[in-house]
Write a protein that binds this ligand. Structure first.
Ligand code: PLP
Length: 371
C-alpha cells in the first residue's frame, strides 16, 4: 500500500515558491463549500478588495486566475492581443522570452527590445522601438525578472507606452507584495502576478488586473479569444461585478481561502511595511554576502530585494553546494536559469520567508558549505 505523502520541512529561499505561512495552510484546510455558496461569494468580494489593495488599483476587473503565473500571463496576452497586432516585448531574462512566445501564439508580431541578462529594461530603447513602429498595441515587460534579480522601471515604461498610444502589459509575478508597485499611479493597463512568491500563498493562482481601457479592448475584440478557459468575457460572468455570478469553471475553492488569508496578512502588516521589510532583510543578506567575498549579478540600483542573484565563485560546483544546503540545512536556494545556469545562485527573500532568521541561517549555511 502506498503511504500518505509527508514532505520534509524546508526553508524555501529560492526563486519561489517561498515558505507558506502556517495561517495560509490552516485557512486552506477549512471545509470546502460550493463555489456559488453566498458565503463563498462574499469571500470572493473581499478577495477582490484585498487584491485591489495589493495592486494599489481601483480596477473593476481585478481577480485571481485559476492557474499559476503562466496562466495569468496567457490570460493577459490572449485577451488583449489579436492576430495581426504588433507588440513590443522587452527581454532581459527568461520571462520576456515567454512573453514573445505568447505574442507569436496569438498570431501577432513581437518587436523585441533586448537587454543584457542582469540589466534592467532600457527605457530609451523602448522609446526608439515605439518611434520606429507606429501602431503598436502594447508594450510588454517584466517588472521583476526572477531569472536574474533585476528590477525595471515600470512607471517610466508604462508612461512611454501611453505616450505612443500603446497599452502597458506587465509581469509582476515576483514583485507583488515585495517591492513598490502602484498599478493606478503608474498607469499599468494589464498586470499579472503569482500567489507563490511575495504573497507566500501556495502556488497555482495568478492575480490579474485590467484598466478600464484594457477592458474596453477586451469587450470589443474583432475575433474570439482563442482560449475558452481564459476568455475574460466569459470568466467575468463568475468574477465580474454583476449582481449575479454564474458558473464558468469550478473555482479552486480552498486555494482561494489561502490567497484570501495571505492578503489579509499583507493588509495587517501594511503594504509599505512589507516593502520595507523586504528591503531591510535584503540589506542584511547583502552585508553578509559581501563579507564572504561573493558578488551580486545586478548593479545596486536595479536590484530586487526579494531575489538576490550571486555569482558562483570560481572553481565551486554550483549543484554540489545547493545539494549540501538542502541535505544538511533543509535550505533551498535557486540555480541559474538559461544563460545563467551553473553561473549564479538565486537567493529569495520573499514574503513569509523574508525574515532575519532566514538571512542568518542562509549566511551561516553558505559559509559552512563553502569553507
Ligand atoms: N513570470 C515570472 C517573472 C516568474 O518568475 C514566473 C515564475 O517563476 C512566471 C512568470 C511563471 O509563473 P508560474 O511558474 O507560477 O507559472
Amino acid at each position: 500500500m502506498t503511504a500518505s505523502f509527508n514532505p520534509p520541512q524546508r526553508i524555501l529561499m529560492g526563486p519561489g515558491p517561498s515558505d507558506v505561512s502556517p495561517r495560509v495552510l490552516a485557512a486552506m484546510a477549512r471545509p470546502t463549500i460550493g463555489h456559488l455558496d453566498p458565503v463563498f461569494v462574499s469571500m470572493m468580494d473581499e478577495l477582490k478588495g484585498l487584491l485591489q489593495y495589493a495592486f494599489q488599483t481601483k480596477n473593476e476587473l481585478t481577480m485571481p486566475v485559476s492557474g499559476p503565473g503562466s496562466a495569468g500571463m496567457e490570460t493577459c496576452f490572449v485577451n488583449l492581443v489579436e492576430p495581426g497586432d504588433k507588440v513590443i516585448v522587452c527581454q532581459n531574462g527568461v520571462f520576456g522570452g515567454r512573453m514573445k512566445e505568447n505574442v507569436e501564439r496569438c498570431g501577432a508580431t513581437p518587436i523585441m527590445v533586448m537587454d543584457d541578462w542582469g540589466a534592467a529594461v532600457d527605457a530609451n530603447k523602448v522609446e526608439d522601438a515605439l518611434k520606429a513602429n507606429p501602431g503598436v498595441k502594447a508594450v510588454a515587460f517584466v517588472h521583476a525578472e526572477t531569472s536574474t534579480g533585476a528590477q525595471s522601471d515600470a512607471q517610466a515604461i508604462s508612461a512611454l507606452a501611453h505616450r505612443y498610444g500603446a497599452l502597458s502589459l506587465v509581469d509582476t509575478v515576483t514583485s507583488l507584495g515585495g517591492s513598490p508597485l502602484k498599478v493606478d499611479e503608474w498607469g499599468i493597463d494589464a498586470i499579472y502576478s503569482g500567489s507563490q512568491k511575495c504573497l507566500s500563498c501556495t502556488p497555482g493562482l495568478s492575480p490579474v488586473s485590467f484598466s478600464a481601457q484594457a477592458l474596453e479592448i477586451i469587450k470589443n475584440r474583432k475575433t474570439k479569444v482563442q482560449s475558452w478557459f481564459m476568455d475574460l468575457n466569459l470568466v467575468m460572468g463568475y468574477w465580474g461585478t454583476g449582481a449575479k455570478r454564474a458558473y464558468h469553471h469550478t473555482a479552486p475553492i480552498n486555494a482561494l481561502y489561502g490567497l484570501h488569508e495571505s492578503l489579509v496578512i499583507l493588509q495587517e502588516e501594511g503594504l509599505e511595511n512589507a516593502w520595507a521589510r523586504h528591503r531591510q532583510n535584503h540589506m542584511a543578506l547583502k552585508a553578509g554576502i559581501e563579507a564572504m567575498g561573493l558578488s551580486f549579478v545586478v548593479k545596486e540600483q536595479d536590484r530586487l530585494p526579494q531575489l538576490n542573484s550571486i555569482y558562483v565563485p570560481e572553481g565551486v560546483d554550483d549543484a554540489a553546494v545547493r545539494r549540501l544546503l538542502l541535505e544538511d540545512y533543509g535550505l533551498e536556494i535557486g540555480a541559474g536559469l538559461g544563460a545563467m545556469a551553473g553561473k549564479i545562485w538565486r537567493i529569495g527573500l520573499m514574503g513569509h520567508a523574508s525574515n532575519m532568521r532566514n538571512v542568518l541561517v542562509c549566511l551561516g549555511a553558505l559559509e559552512d558549505v563553502l569553507s
